[in-house]
Every structure is written in C-alpha cells, then in structure tokens.
Design a protein around this ligand. Sequence first.
Ligand code: SAM
Length: 272
Amino acid sequence: MNPTRPTEVRDLLRRLDFKPSRVLGQNFLIDGNILRIMLDAAELTPADKVLEVGPGLGVLTAPLLERAGHVLAIEKDDVLHAHIQQTLGGAPNFTLIHGDALHENLPAHLARGINKVVANLPYSVGTRILVDLCHAEARPERMVVTVQREVADRITASPNTKDYGVLSVFAQADYKSSLHKAIAHSCFFPVPQIESAIVLLIRQPRACPAKDERHFRALVKRCFGQRRKQIHSLVKDAPALERAGLDPKQRPETLSVDDWIRLSNELSLAPQ
Ligand code: SAM
C-alpha cells in the first residue's frame, strides 16, 4: 500500500475499522513531497539510530527503516501499534514499543545510542516530548519534527519577539533551530484545523555552559512566568545582574540564551 495516496489511506483505515482520534493527534501524513523533505533533512546513514514517536500507519517508519541502522518507535494507540507490528515488525533493525511516550523514560532510550529523532509529533504532547528530548543528557544530534505552526514559531523565535519564551530558550540552549518548511493542511488525513511546520534542530556546543542546569531551567521558567516585569524585580540581586552584564530594567523576553545562562551562573554561585 502507498501511504501517501489518500484513497489507499482511507481504504486501510476502513479495513482496520479505525476512526482517527483528535485527542491523540491522529492526522496522517499523506504527502510524498513533505515526506521526502523530512527524510532529506534527517540526512540518514546506516550508522544512525533513530527515535520516532507515533509511527501511526508507518509512512515515515518504513523509509526510516530502509535508510537508518536502527529505528525505535513508540506508539500509544492499540490498533496502530498492532498494524505497525504486523506490517513492519519483522524488520531486523526495528524496535517497537507499545506505550505512551510521555511515560517512557526517553533519556534512558536516548542513552542507548539514539542520535536522531524523526517524527510527526502528536499535537497535544509535541511540546512536552520535545522539551524532554532537549533536556536529556544524551540529547540527539539532529531532530526533524513536525509540530503545530505556533509551536514551531516559539521554538525558533529570537529575543524581543512575542513568540520568544521558555521553549525558545530550552530548544536553542543546545540546538541551532530553524523552521524548515511550513506544511499545508491538505498534506494530512484527516485534514487538521491546526497549521503545521517541520522544525530542524541541529545540536551545537554551548558557548557558555550552565554551572547548574536545574537552576538555569528553573530561573528561565520562573522569570518568563512574569514576562512583563523587569529583571531586577524578578531576581533581586543587583550585583549578580551587573556581573552578568545585564541592565536591571531589561524584561525576560530581551535576554538571549547566553544571558540566561550567565545570569544563572552568577546567581547559583552567589552565597545564600
Ligand atoms: N507518523 C505518522 C504519520 O506521520 O502519518 C502518524 C503521526 S500522527 C500526527 C501522531 C501519532 O502519534 C499517532 O499515531 C498517534 O496514535 C501517536 N500518539 C499520540 N500520542 C502519543 C503518545 N503520547 N505516545 C506515543 N504515541 C502517541
């Protein structure tokens, strides 16, 4: 079956007696061009170990298995899991987990050598999964993910823009992020109401490493929780602000990723 032919996808869903769930973000990719763009962006080789969250009907999974050395896929849905198991389960380089990606220990999976993520992420949990992946110690070197357009804009936003926030800082702390391609609604079946885009994340070393990663993350979350306030009223440590080279009147949205890390380093080193 050709999973980029809408009529064949419809037939298959009928045969499986399957009604796509909006809660599980079951909008299947049916566009060969978008599929090719995602695969090309992943730059796969037989040395790669790939994680795919939500293989669905396997439109991405099958070519991933052809190009990569190993694929680990996690599917929550019972029917889709059984379908993937039946159609692709025999591939020697495939591990399929029947489970919820939010309850899986993603950092532990990554630590077993996964270096790339290629996935059309379910809308409702895409952000949480992406943050978990970015925060993992063995974070992947390259990620090609389809997310809702608004999330793509937040991941790739620059300081001093309305979309710049916690997600931008967490994604950009270790990745060069770019909106690789906007995707038309018609590229999915059923057609979603939400707009989508492919985001490309390429890991890069930090110019300024955080001395205490937990402190850095907590600081960013807390300050963006009150993004209209000036930084001096959020941090209340004038010497640390000065040492970090910040103007106390700056608002959270004006601080670059390096500014946040420098500020966290100064605060976490200050005597309590
Ligand atoms: N990869 C397929 C494609 O591109 O057509 C399907 C993508 S569809 C947007 C999202 C997939 O994620 C569905 O197969 C859905 O069942 C699965 N899914 C939703 N929530 C999940 C979760 N928490 N853990 C694992 N899979 C999930």
